[in-house]
Design a protein around this ligand. Structure first.
Ligand SMILES: CC(C)(COP(=O)(O)OP(=O)(O)OC[C@H]1O[C@@H](n2cnc3c(N)ncnc32)[C@H](O)[C@@H]1OP(=O)(O)O)[C@@H](O)C(=O)NCCC(=O)NCCS
Length: 153
């Protein structure tokens, strides 16, 4: 059993990350969109367990704000605190970069993710009506924010 590790995502991780993305999101990102993670202003992490990528988090930075665009843990590894650790890593990065706040959007029906974000101090700051596609039509996005400066006045 190796020590679990969170490290920066590299282009060599793309295939493993896309396998998880395709298996764990109802409307997965394309490989092209995931490749944006390696652009300037992005920092993305992979969670490595026993040498295998089992989750990841993607965030962008603009001015003194960050956006968390994607956090995902392979289904058989869920409920072990791995997303918690990825969120800690992302929030700590924003603190070190002296960001003022982090924003994200989440499907209104995605209770596990909404709970995860609440647990890390995010609050709801808006709604984008009909933002996401569903099999039935559209569903709202909840816009959430975490004030970093409130954590470190
Ligand atoms: C959301 C997701 C990343 C959580 O990953 P995870 O590793 O299972 O989460 P953790 O074990 O670290 O749990 C952290 C917190 O998330 C919340 N949570 C996680 N799974 C939950 C569930 N099934 N029901 C309710 N809350 C849940 C809880 O607040 C939990 O804290 P607690 O254990 O103290 O109650 C995972 O369900 C996932 O990958 N979903 C598919 C992709 C997705 O929807 N990503 C979010 C939008 S990009």
């Amino acid at each position: 059993m190796q020590q679990p590790e969170i490290r920066i995502m590299t282009p060599g991780d793309l295939s493993a990350v896309m396998d998880i993305e395709n298996n764990n999101h109802p409307y997965p990102w394309s490989k092209q969109i995931m490749s944006d993670c390696f652009k300037e202003n992005y920092i993305s992490y992979v969670y490595i367990l026993d040498g295998e990528i089992i989750g990841y988090l993607v965030q962008t930075f603009a001015a003194d704000e960050s956006n968390i665009l994607n956090v995902c843990v392979e289904s058989r590894f869920r409920s072990n605190g791995f997303a918690d650790q990825l969120m800690h890593k992302a929030i700590n990065c924003c603190r070190e970069m002296k960001n003022s706040s982090i924003f994200l959007e989440v499907r209104a029906s995605n209770a596990p993710a909404i709970n995860l974000y609440h647990k890390h101090g995010f609050v709801e700051v808006g709604v984008r009506k009909g933002y996401y596609p569903t099999e039935q039509g559209r569903e709202d996005a909840i816009v959430m924010a975490l004030e970093i400066l409130a954590l470190h006045p």
